[in-house]
Ligand binder design. Structure first.
Ligand code: CU
Length: 157
């Protein structure tokens, strides 16, 4: 009974990571002999909106979301094309409305971690989302369907 909940969770996390690491190592060790039959992904026909997402205060970003590092471009228009936000990082003044336009046939969203606001699913090419920023800061966002699609809005006075 000396294991605290925190320690227990940490051990569980490490255990999970170790399992993943071992699995990866095992695959690598197989060389070319393994069958790739397990690689078929299940089809994402039932997309679940994260309406009840409550991020713990100690974890601001999911591990698979990387922060964009490019220099900000001064614009209020972002194009979504080829599974990327362009420019990935923009800078605006307080009170500016930013417009995202989806130029892909694929559906995308614009999800902000700081307020958990999500755009509607932008589909059918040329769908537009607008959001106004009333306070300074650096606000990272990503596509909730494709978390590797990341961007940020830098708001200054
Ligand atoms: Cu997307």
């Amino acid at each position: 009974m000396r294991i605290s909940p925190l320690t227990g969770r940490a051990v569980a996390l490490v255990g999970g990571l170790t399992t993943v690491g071992l699995a990866t190592a095992g695959l690598a060790a197989c060389g070319g002999g393994g069958s790739p039959s397990a690689a078929a992904p299940s089809s994402p026909t039932t997309l679940q909106a994260p309406t009840t997402l409550h991020a713990p205060t100690t974890m601001h970003m999911p591990a698979n979301v990387a922060a964009p590092t490019t220099a900000p471009v001064r614009t209020h228009s972002v194009t979504i094309r080829n599974f990327a936000f362009s420019p990935a990082v923009i800078s605006i003044r307080v009170g500016t409305t930013v417009t995202w336009t989806n130029r892909d046939d694929e559906a995308h969203t614009v999800f902000f971690l700081y307020d958990h606001s999500n755009s509607p699913v932008l589909v059918n090419n040329h769908n537009v989302y607008r959001k106004t920023f009333g306070a300074p800061g650096r606000f990272a966002y990503h596509c909730s369907i494709h978390p590797f699609m990341v961007g940020a809005v830098v708001v200054t006075r």
